[in-house]
Design a protein around this ligand. Sequence first.
Ligand code: CUA
Length: 156
Amino acid sequence: MHIHRLEKIWLLFGTGMLIVFLTVVGVGAFALGMEPPGHHRHTVDPEKLSTTEPFNRPGLHAIGGNAYEANIIAFTFSYSPSIMEVPLGAKVTFNVTTPDVVHGFQVVGTNINMMVVPGEVNHLTYTFDKPGEYLVLCNEYCGAAHEAMMMKIIVK
Ligand code: CUA
């Protein structure tokens, strides 16, 4: 089979670039230990949420000053708690997980938008400095009643 000289050059160039990119990614991941953003992974047994800290106490809890933690369990097709009252100006650190399938946790009108994965705990801190009712939606398709999956955060 005859391969044109210019085609050979491009094949070598393409293969060379592939090797360069894979080497860069490989050295970053395995030698330098680079990971996706997020400092540490927090895992949990999805079958034991009701007996595992902090998900054995869903809802908002004061942790000092105007800081709170909000422990949220997403499940088909709701959230626990389904309504949460937050004092105006509170700095809330969310801990979110699910016992079943992948869900979303998006607070409309804020930049809070997390994927909720069974076995993993997602964290995000947000300061609620505008009063009002915030709608929380699931933005990952999770089954028949996905579009009905929501909760409310009331800031006052
Ligand atoms: Cu939960 Cu869609």
